[in-house]
Design a protein around this ligand. Sequence first.
Ligand SMILES: *Cc1c(COP(=O)(O)O)cnc(C)c1O
Length: 632
Amino acid sequence: MEKSGAAVQAQNGLVRSGTDPLRGSPAVQPKWTIEQSEELYRINGWGEPYFAINAVGHVTVSPQGDRGGSIDLFELVNALRQRNLNLPLLIRFSDILENRLERLNACFSRAITRYSYPGVYRGVFPVKTNQQRHLVEDLVRFGKPHQFGLEAGSKPELLIALATLRTPGALLVCNGYKDREYIETAMLAQRLGHTPIIVLEQIEEVDLVIAASQKLDIQPILGVRAKLSSKGTGRFGTSAGDRAKFGLTIPEIIQAIDRLRDAGLLDSLQLLHYHIGTQICAIGVIKDAIREASQIYVELARLGANMKYLDVGGGLAVDYDGSKTNFHASKNYSMQNYAYDIVAEIKEACEERQVAAPTIVTESGTALAAHQSVLIFDVLGTSEVPSEVPEPLQEKEHLIIRNLSETYESIDAENYQEAFHDAAQFKEEAISLFNFGYLSLAERARAERLYWACCRKILAIARQQDYVPDDLEDLEKIMASIYYINLSVFQSAPDSWAIDQLFPIMPIHRLDEEPTERGTLADLTCDSDGKIDQFIDLRDVKSVLELHSLKQSHEPYYLGLFLCGAYQETMGNLHNLFGDTNTVHIKLTPKGYQIEHVVKGDTMTEVFELCAVRRGRSDRADAPSDGAGVAG
Ligand SMILES: *Cc1c(COP(=O)(O)O)cnc(C)c1O
């Protein structure tokens, strides 16, 4: 990862303020500002142009980007709660989806104009990114003016695509593992007026396709997925390269061409596809891949295939941490750069070899779907390390307590690092003394309280420094409060648990107040992995999040997890039997907003029924499977 140093300093400068922990009372200092919250949570970095903070310290959503009005997210959540839509709540903004789609098309049309590219752009949306019905339907509707199509990665997804896609001329790209049924269904879709393209991903599929074509007497449109040798660097970097799961190697592609030629189907081969992985954070990797693919494309044309489409797959990344770097949660290029590079490379390769320029296809999923969903949850309680100021030393206290007390009194900016080691050592000694019967329970409690008081004082000093010594880095984590959140990470943000994916998380109100606490988040499941303790940061990742202390009045404290519209919903699971959350679809109107759909989450009864159905099925071992998908 490489993140910029200049900006880090700016942030350190900001974080350095707050209550003076040495006295435990607010020090005289300027009021916390909205700008400080913006900087702290980096909302402009990851949120622009959709998310911002308003003058009363609430997060706002501008679903149409710079063009339309904005909605106060805090007020929206309150209004939804009054309609009995309880938290956690997934809020979808269909206008954001539309805006993302418009942007992607605009970037490609700008690139096509800039390079006088003689072909067109026809994107498809990979259904696997988010299969929810309302979302796919919206996407197809918004995409109509651009003849935007769909990509299916499995047989059930093909059925979704067939049921949803109604756009004349839009492509239906069929990827993934294919059996005879999948291939025949895709071919028959041609008769229904669709433009299905069957992408050969394994050499066995060539014979299946030839057989189906003869059986149905349909001349299909075919593609090949190439295993590129350019490798992705993202966490899915293994989607490319010789050992990748899918795709044909160059010798296999040649073999496929021969077989298709023999079967009289070489004219059917019209598309070259590759997909080097999701969240490709470095533009260099994208350029290498398109360069290699463009050369393969022109070669295929010269070998006599009827080439018309070059499909560059997914990988267009989202800047989750707003750092604009090649860190895995970020990206070092814009959507426009991406389009420029792809169009320019293809044009150059085709011109040089005098091959007609292809229709350019992308399969961007994350970049279209991530921004439109926001997950809102509340904090149920906190657990904090003791924060009281220790009582002064009494007459005859144990030596170890005197040592701790003296350490506490002496801590200053000169000796805080040394004091930390002293305090830690005295605490260890106190516990040993207790174990050998030399310290009473009350004395041990006193020693532990003194230790925490030392840590608090040391941490306050460390936070003021530009440089924190390595041995004190964990202090922030040791001292963090635990915020218990009304959420199952496994249900609502599974990638945060499974692959350490970072999502921006922040309070959606009280942003005009200083967040004086540092916390990690613990979810409702009884699983010790059900927690979030990695947060976006300008430099690398931070282990605690700045949060507000809960109000005595039990006023709710709402947090938002943003950019979670890609992959999370379907991958979420029922761990500890927490079902789906409530989902609402919000659309901007001239007067405010309108609730388009409410999709109620699972009730406990529904979750039980689901489990009963699954158990019932496995109890009947001889029962036929319902055949919904190859993978079951
Ligand atoms: C997952 C996948 C995509 C979507 O990738 P994103 O990086 O989310 O845009 C596109 N094409 C194929 C073949 C995929 O497997």
